[in-house]
Ligand binder design. Sequence first.
Ligand code: ZN
Length: 299
Amino acid sequence: MPDLDEAGTAAEAAAVTGFWQELGLPGLLDVHTHFMPPNVLAKVWAYFEDGRAAVGQDWPIVYRQPEQERVALLRAFGVRRFSALSYPHKPGMAEWLNSWAADFAARTPDAWRSATFFPEPGADGYVRAAIRSGAQLFKAHLQVGGYDPGDELLDPVWGLLAEAGLPVVVHCGSGPTPGPYTGPGPMSGVLARHPRLIIIVAHLGAPEYREFLDLAERYPGVYLDTTMAFTDFLDRLAPFPPVLVPRLAAAADRILLGSDFPSIPYPYLRQLQALARLDLGPVWLRAVCYDNAARLLGL
Ligand SMILES: [Zn+2]
C-alpha cells in the first residue's frame, strides 16, 4: 500500500496549497469526500482493495488513516469546506448514518453537514428531521443502493429537498460498474417531476458524460462534480471525450470540485492536476474549485 510518511505529507500539502494559491483562491471547497462510521468505511475500503469493484486495475486506498488524521490532512491541504457523504446499501441504515453524520458535523465545524436516505417507509420523516436539524447536503448512491430513484417512497423526499433548495450528490452514472437504475434515464424521470431539484451528478456522470451534460443544460439545478474525472485512473475506465471539453467551459458555473477523498488510489493532488490539464484557464478553475460551491453551499 502506498503509505505517506511525514515528509511526504508535508510536501503533498505544500503542492496542493500551491495550486490554489497560484489561482488566488482562499483555499478549496470539495463537495465529494467521504466520512462515515469506521466499520462502514472499512467495508468500503475492503470492497475496493479486494478488487470487488471489478475495474480491471488495482484500487489501493492511499488515505487509509484514522479519521482525525484524515480531517487534519484536508485542513493541511487548505480544503476550507468538505462533505461527509455516506450512503446505505439496504433499508434500516440511513437514519443511523444520519445520526453518525450529525455527530461528525458537531465535532467538525468545517464539514458541511451531510445526510442520506433510502427508499423505505419513513424516509420522508427522517429526511425532514435532517433538514430541520441543519443538514446542508444529501447523498444518494443508486449503484450501491440498487434502487430506482423514481420509487414512489422517494417522491416526497425529492419534493422536500427541492422545496428546501438543498443539493443531493447522486451517483447516477454507470461507472465504474452499472446498476439496474444507473444511467441518465431514471434521474431524468425524477427531474421531470421535480424540475427545481438541485442535484450534483457524481463523477461528472461517468461514463455517460454527454447525457448528464445535456441534463445540466436542460435543468438549472443540475450540477456535476469532478470526482475522479480526467484522472489517468478514470480515463482508463471511462475516457472523457475531448469533443466535450468546450461544453465543460460552457457549464463553468455548474461544475464543482469533488475528489472522493479518502477512498482514492492516487494522491489528492492528481485530481487538481487533472483539472488543470484541461487547459480551461484560471477563471474556470476558480469557479470549479471554490466559487461555485461557495455560492451553492456556503461557507
Ligand atoms: Zn464517492
